[in-house]
Write a protein that binds this ligand. Structure first.
Ligand SMILES: CC(C)(COP(=O)(O)OP(=O)(O)OC[C@H]1O[C@@H](n2cnc3c(N)ncnc32)[C@H](O)[C@@H]1OP(=O)(O)O)[C@@H](O)C(=O)NCCC(=O)NCCS
Length: 215
């Protein structure tokens, strides 16, 4: 498991990686400050997760991935937000510093926060916790700095898209992002204006001229 995870990371770091994402942005100056929620606990480099929170995160990611998450939080800033319900971890998500994503997504912004890896425990789904956690996250990210906030999700993840759109994020489109050769070649292409729009046929043969080279 650990070896597979290492190999996967190595191959996507060194050889080739691609993904398609619905990318959303939140403009706090235009769209509001979010809403702090008393049930949400915030963890960062000074307050690392302990007890049931640490256990829930380790179960979700595995020990190795969890350690990498903490390392990223220590090196690049960021926070882990955990919504508690009667002493149980109900939902969580991350605010991540932009530096590790800048090479791949620098065309979006020079500096930003990325909201990622939101997860509601299966027993707590469908109760609006995702929306509460996103509203709290916006309030925390907005307080921390005045930089754009991005979140992206799989084009097939309708639950996530619904929650993100309800929280007030603006859809920038569906993008295909590619990275190759030691992360030196970075390209992106908008393939749809929204996840609801019908798929555009993408070129299967050779490089696509509509791909834009990242800086
Ligand atoms: C996506 C996820 C975080 C949503 O959590 P949640 O706390 O259940 O979400 P909410 O209760 O706030 O629901 C959000 C909206 O999505 C809708 N929704 C839920 N499941 C849905 C589905 N399968 N298809 C379409 N919409 C769906 C809900 O009805 C709600 O909209 P509504 O208020 O208009 O009814 C949760 O399903 C999850 O953990 N999924 C696995 C991990 C994941 O996909 N994370 C997102 C990565 S960015």
């Amino acid at each position: 498991m650990l070896i597979l995870s290492l190999l996967r990371r190595l191959s996507s770091a060194v050889i080739y990686w691609h993904g398609s994402w619905v990318i959303y942005s939140y403009d706090a100056t235009a769209q509001g400050d979010g809403k702090l929620d008393a049930a949400v606990q915030t963890y960062d480099a000074e307050h690392l997760p302990v007890g049931v929170v640490k256990q829930a995160l380790q179960e979700r990611y595995g020990r190795f991935e969890y350690k990498l998450r903490l390392r990223e939080m220590l090196r690049h800033g960021g926070k882990c937000l955990v919504l508690m319900d009667q002493g149980k971890v109900a939902s969580f998500g991350w605010i991540r510093g932009w530096k590790p994503f800048r090479r791949r997504y620098g065309w979006l912004a020079r500096d930003a926060f990325l909201l990622s890896s939101y997860w509601t425990m299966p027993d707590f789904r469908g109760k609006g916790l995702y929306g509460r956690l996103l509203a709290h996250t916006i309030a925390v990210a907005r307080k921390a700095d005045n930089v754009p906030i991005f979140i992206w999700t799989d084009p097939e993840n309708h639950a996530s898209q619904r929650g993100i759109e309800k929280a007030g994020f603006k859809c920038l489109g569906v993008f295909e992002v590619r990275q190759a050769f030691f992360r030196l070649i970075n390209t992106y292409r908008k393939i749809r204006t929204s996840p609801q729009e019908a798929c555009v046929q993408s070129s299967a043969n050779g490089p696509d001229p509509s791909f834009e080279q990242n800086e």
